[in-house]
Design a protein around this ligand. Structure first.
Ligand code: GLU
Length: 554
């Protein structure tokens, strides 16, 4: 009589190793007490999604904070959906964010003793495990065609039953090994299914590190574990890989909670200890007042690349993602005036659970705070790297005018009242662009926005007097007094308060005078600190610009 053991021997003729051999080859890791082994397990099916970056950051923090291991496993078993080169791109992007891997798939090579880390290269490992399941009668070949499965689905739908391959619908689970062997020898196409012993009316309870105990119906589905292309399904690869890579805590999206009973049954059948689980909430967005999942196709904020292009420092995106993951992180940043995620201890039990909404304002807030803490030199170097790829005009200007750019970026930088007006690298050119001569010419092409309520002749006189009398050596507040004096000489009040008391007596006040100078030098009513602008432009350029403005007023 043909047994499942015979069937397994026939299907897996090439398999000589056993699960015990694998246990020896991939032994328990020798790590300090409490060290966690986490993994990021992306599929190379497209760009790095904001949710995946968030999960990888959590994986990274949990491993780092516990002195454990963080590795990357490339889940490339869905060859139809694979996008060439996206695995390498994912690795590059993680690196860009400083989410350093300890081991795993590194793009063009593997690092570590628990590999290969690319599922497509692990077929022999899966085959060893499936052979074992078949020998003990927990796996069987299924010959159902797509049409047959569709027919079953329709019947189930009509009967309002749960769809799937289970109970009486699992036709191939009753095929005798002898018949199965004949059909395989005959060349009939097949997949391999798991034989579930579960009962949907029973509950299985598992512990989630974020949500506590979760009770959910037992699995009773005979899920496919090996596809006809020889590669495993997610469920099976998860059990085998997380066991033999010795993952201690599986951190993954909450959409996998529903599949956990399948995984629990698979781990049990294989004789593996269940890892701990943490199912993280997905990031949503508000759409017409309704919350919905960020969509890969519709929402630009789903694609991490857009934030890189958008000029957000990687620290800002990380801080933002950590703030939505651990609600106490933001408070911690304020208490410590620090945004360095490495210094913060992350806790899965403090994970926020209620619908995480993407919040652009919060990202900008973190970005402003973080950019404000850069030194001018650091800011400059980052701008250089970023603009080279994403803003050639800026790159051109800043690479040709290094000192001036650093000085401009340094205006009101550091200290208690640091300037916080850059929310991304994209804000730099609009704010400091006027410093560059050709940008200044461009701005004033459309004219100078002088206050039309003040007579042109008066503005001209004030500007010419300023060009003559301005003293560059004075400190900011002493210098500002000379601007007041300049105004008084031309009939302007020395403060807004004095002006308000007797408007008739004055042409305006010192604020109007400062505005004239600003408009002449920057082509705009707003600018960074005017005294600094003068110092950076220097006497010759200031006087040149004053003359251009005076000519315009003629
Ligand atoms: N490849 C799976 C995904 O991208 C991984 C899920 C997991 O982390 O286990 O959804």
């Amino acid at each position: 009589m043909i047994t499942y053991k015979d069937l397994a021997d026939y299907i897996f003729k090439d398999v000589n190793e056993t699960i015990e051999d694998l246990e020896k080859k991939y032994p328990e890791r020798k790590l300090p007490e409490g060290a966690e082994v986490t993994r990021f397990a992306p599929s190379p099916t497209g760009f790095l999604h904001l949710g995946s970056l968030s999960t990888s950051l959590i994986d990274y923090k949990v491993a780092k904070d516990s002195k454990g291991i963080f590795y990357l496993r490339l889940e490339d078993t869905d060859t139809k959906r694979e996008i060439e080169g996206s695995g390498e791109e994912l690795v590059r992007q993680l690196k860009y964010f400083g989410i350093e891997l300890d081991e795993g798939y590194f793009g063009n090579h593997d690092v570590g003793d628990y590999g290969p880390y690319r599922q497509s290269e692990r077929a022999h490992i899966y085959r060893i495990c499936i052979k074992h399941l078949m020998e003990i009668g927990r796996a069987y070949p299924c010959f159902c065609s797509a049409e047959q499965l569709e027919e079953t689905r329709q019947i189930q739908e009509a009967n309002k039953e749960i769809p799937g391959y289970y109970g009486d619908y699992a036709i191939c689970r009753n095929i005798e090994p002898e018949e199965a062997l004949n059909r395989i020898k005959n060349g009939d196409p097949y997949v391999i299914r798991f034989r579930s012993l579960g009962n949907h009316n029973n509950k299985v309870v598992f512990h989630d590190e974020i949500r506590g105990d979760i009770a959910i119906a037992e699995n009773d589905m005979d899920v496919v574990i090996l596809k006809s292309d020889g590669l495993p399904t997610y469920h099976f690869a998860h059990a085998v890989d997380d066991h033999f890579m010795r993952t201690t805590v599986v951190i993954r999206g909450e959409e996998w909670i529903a599949s956990a009973p399948i995984h629990i049954e698979l781990f049990n059948a294989l004789g593996f200890k269940l890892p701990r689980y943490a199912h993280v909430p997905v990031i949503m967005k508000l759409d017409n007042g309704n919350k919905r999942k960020l969509s890969k196709r519709k929402d630009p904020e789903a694609n991490v690349k857009n934030f890189i292009e958008g000029g957000y420092p990687n620290e800002a995106l990380k801080a933002y993602l950590l703030s939505i993951a651990n609600s106490n992180f933001e408070e911690w940043t304020m208490e410590n005036n620090c945004y360095d995620i490495e210094k913060f201890t992350f806790s899965l039990s403090k994970m926020s659970l209620d619908g995480i909404l993407f919040d652009q304002d919060k990202l900008s807030y973190f970005s402003k705070e973080i950019i404000a803490q850069f030194t001018a030199e650091d800011f400059y170097n980052r701008l250089l790297v970023w603009s080279k790829d994403y803003d050639v005009t800026l790159y051109d200007h800043i690479s040709k005018n290094k000192d001036m750019t650093i000085n401009a970026l340094n205006i009101e930088r550091g200290g208690e009242k640091a300037r916080k007006d850059f929310s991304s690298y994209k804000d730099v050119y609009p704010i400091i662009g006027f410093f560059y001569k050709d940008r200044y010419e461009e701005i004033i092409k459309t004219g100078f926005p002088f206050n039309e309520a003040i007579d042109k002749e008066v503005i001209k006189d004030v500007l010419l007097d300023f060009a003559k009398s301005n003293d560059y050596s004075l400190a900011n507040d002493v210098w500002f007094n000379t601007v007041k004096e300049l105004g008084v000489r031309h009939g302007f009040a020395e403060s807004g308060k004095i002006y308000k008391q007797n408007k008739e007596a004055y042409k305006g006040h010192v604020g109007d005078v400062a505005e004239m100078i600003r408009v002449a030098l920057c082509g705009a009513k707003n600018s960074p600190n005017l005294h600094s602008v003068l110092q950076i432009l220097g006497k010759d350029e200031v006087n040149r610009r004053i003359n251009v403005a005076v000519d315009y007023l003629k």
